[in-house]
Design a protein. Structure first.
Ligand SMILES: Nc1ncnc2c1ncn2[C@@H]1O[C@H](COP(=O)(O)OP(=O)(O)OP(=O)(O)O)[C@@H](O)[C@H]1O
Length: 331
């Protein structure tokens, strides 16, 4: 659906993005993460055809954005961070205006506007002027304008930014629903949002992609070892010695108990594998052999927050090949 091939965009100040390379298949909902200034908006504006890359190419459903900008753009719906709304228009007048702009055939416009109004839960507010809407409802109108021309690919820049918690839940649900019929790329600063909505995560730092993974698999992809939290009933010293003696175990450490845990005869441990293999069965058989009952065993994984911080606060500078800068030229 989307191919971003070795795309760079350098501004006069040498900032921007360098050699971005990724593709998206139909039906994916991809979360695009990065600290401030990492290059998310620059990348999204290139994908949507609002900004020309300095190098590289972008294909939308096989169509080159550089060679067929009009046709390629027709396949894209874009919700910028600040939706392009006209505050003095009513919702229905604004959506009709967008339908014209997006070349929706005149005979289909009324029906299509009705459909998106229903899909975005805007019924009953058609005649309300946009200025008088809450931020959450303005965002719904922003989403409505993005999907009006039935695009295959939806690009959203921080779609829940500035909304209250209830509005965030509603907009996330709408994005999940839209994901059933669209391929979605959304940027966000809110990491739990990625776990809540996306089936893939891209992390960008200093203009380069540093991670491209399924949210559940990023620990493994980063070469993290397998870690288990284990509570066992029995003598601590013997349990630690037996576990440490297993060839698959890298380290065993006693954990502090929180107040609520009252089991005094048990020991709470953090057990880490030597390599990345799953150590749970080995732990089970060893404790069973020694007759020490396991009261709790839980696989611990790095949170997206841990991974994000690890990848984006790394001391070492990202390698920056020499490239000619180019003055920004909006399409
Ligand atoms: N028009 C411009 N001229 C010069 N530099 C720019 C321009 N637009 C962006 N930049 C720089 O390019 C880098 C990437 O900016 P971009 O806006 O794409 O980041 P972002 O990841 O979207 O950030 P944020 O999360 O703060 O919106 C930043 O260092 C920014 O200062």
């Amino acid at each position: 659906m989307l191919e971003v091939k070795q795309v760079s965009k350098l501004y006069e100040n040498q900032r921007g993005v360098r050699s971005i390379d990724f593709s998206m298949s139909r039906g994916e909902i991809v979360g695009f993460l990065g600290p401030n200034g990492a290059g998310k908006t620059t990348t999204m504006r290139m994908i949507t055809g609002y900004l020309n890359p300095t190098k590289g190419s972008i294909l939308i459903d096989g169509l080159s954005m550089a060679d067929h900008p009009r046709k390629a753009r027709r396949k894209i719906g874009y919700l910028p961070e600040t939706p392009p709304l006209y505050p003095e228009l009513t919702i229905s007048a604004y959506l009709k205006f967008v339908a014209n702009l997006r070349d929706v055939p005149v005979r289909d416009q009324k029906q299509r506007v009705g459909e998106v109004i229903e899909k975005l839960g805007l019924q009953g507010r058609e005649k309300q002027v946009i200025r008088s809407l809450s931020k959450g409802y303005k965002q719904r109108v922003g989403l409505a304008q993005a999907i009006l021309h039935k695009p295959d690919l939806l690009i959203m820049d921080e779609p829940t930014s500035g909304l209250d918690p209830k509005q965030i839940i509603e907009i996330r649900q709408l994005i999940r629903d839209l994901g059933e019929n669209h391929t979605v790329l959304l940027s966000t600063h809110i990491l739990p949002e990625v776990n809540a909505i996306c089936n893939r995560v891209l992390i960008i730092n200093q203009g380069q992609i540093v991670l491209d993974e399924h949210p559940d698999q990023i620990g493994g992809a980063m070469g993290e070892s397998f870690e288990v939290r284990l509570e066992v009933k029995g003598p601590k010293d013997d349990i630690v010695r037996e576990l440490s003696g297993l060839p698959v175990i890298g380290s065993v450490k006693e954990l502090e108990r929180d107040q609520s845990m009252s089991e005094s005869e048990s020991v709470l441990l953090q057990v880490v594998s030597k390599d990345r293999s799953d150590i749970r069965e080995a732990l089970f058989y060893k404790m069973a052999e020694r007759g020490y009952p396991i009261l709790e065993m839980k696989k611990e994984s790095l949170s997206l927050e841990d991974i994000f911080l690890k990848l984006t606060t790394d001391e070492k500078k990202v390698e920056q090949p020499d490239e000619e800068p180019e003055v920004e030229a909006d399409a």
